[in-house]
Design a protein around this ligand. Structure first.
Ligand SMILES: C[S@@+](CC[C@H](N)C(=O)[O-])C[C@H]1O[C@@H](n2cnc3c(N)ncnc32)[C@H](O)[C@@H]1O
Length: 258
């Protein structure tokens, strides 16, 4: 009789608890990798392909694999082609800027290559770099706001690039990006996600011969510069387009609003 009562109790309460736990798990999975979220991410990539911003299959594949919603606070407005605030007077760049920089750097983001992402913010582009250069490549993010470094690591852990963090081929560091990250230099690709008054010498020094850097340069008016280092170590610079980024500056200046 006692056993029968326990069975009834389980059927009445335990089963409901089990169903509730399953439901919570489903909601949790939906937040991080729901089919609809991934399909909206895919639609965003397809739109960038239609407009000719993405021209390579590899860049499209990588941007499809990294769901942008995981890198945007609360996932809100993740697929809108616009920069968005991420706190600390910083922004996540617009999808077309991410796509343009991946396109410009594509030849220098081949499997096995080293990529440096200065001002890595949410970690979105560092994750894309990791996916481009895997296996055996290395992607390094440098961001000077420690809170953004922590949240970017959490973002990447939820994304398709999580394994790269685990195996150590992708890392994000809290430091002044104007000094680069000498530990894994020289780099085949360097991306700078904030506008520098001039191109920092340390970044030129850490670029590999044959390497390419994409960096916004200027104050009020900025140009996206493409810096190519030739095999003899000399550099050529050309302007790709006009842009508007937050400044590459000191942490103090950024936190007080520049
Ligand atoms: C426009 S946001 C781009 C972020 C990133 N590319 C993304 O889309 O998530 C520029 C980032 O550069 C960072 N930053 C500015 N100056 C820096 C410096 N000296 N060293 C490292 N990071 C810096 C800012 O904190 C900000 O996160």
């Amino acid at each position: 009789m006692k056993q029968y009562n326990s069975l009834l109790y389980f059927l009445n309460h335990g089963l409901w608890l089990l169903l509730l736990l399953c439901h919570i798990q489903i909601l949790h999975n939906k937040r991080f990798c729901s089919g609809s979220s991934m399909s909206r991410n895919k639609a965003m990539v397809e739109s960038l392909q239609r407009y000719g911003v993405i021209r390579s299959n590899k860049v499209a594949e990588v941007m499809e694999s990294i769901d942008r919603a995981l890198f945007v606070p609360n996932g809100a407005g993740a697929y809108i082609d616009s920069p968005m605030s991420i706190g600390y007077n910083a922004t996540i760049s617009a999808p077309h800027m991410h796509a343009m920089c991946l396109q410009l750097l594509e030849k220098n983001l081949q499997p096995g290559m080293h990529a440096l992402d200065i001002g890595s913010g949410t970690g979105y582009l560092t994750a894309c770099f990791g996916m481009m250069v895997r296996p055996e490549g290395r992607a390094v993010g440098v961001e000077h706001i420690p809170e953004l470094v922590s949240s970017s690591i959490e973002n990447i852990q939820k994304s398709a690039a999580a394994q790269l963090l685990k195996d150590g081929s992708l890392s994000v560091h809290a430091a002044d990006g104007r000094k680069g990250w000498p530990e894994f230099a020289p780099y085949d690709a360097i991306h700078v996600g904030a506008a520098a008054p001039e191109i920092p010498q340390a970044l030129i020094d850490q670029l590999k011969p044959g390497g390419r850097m994409v960096i916004p340069v200027g104050n009020m008016f900025q140009d996206l510069k493409v810096v190519d280092k030739k095999s003899d170590g000399s550099i050529s610079v050309h302007t790709e387009t006009s842009v508007r980024y937050v400044p590459l500056t000191s942490r103090e200046a950024q936190l007080r609003g520049y």
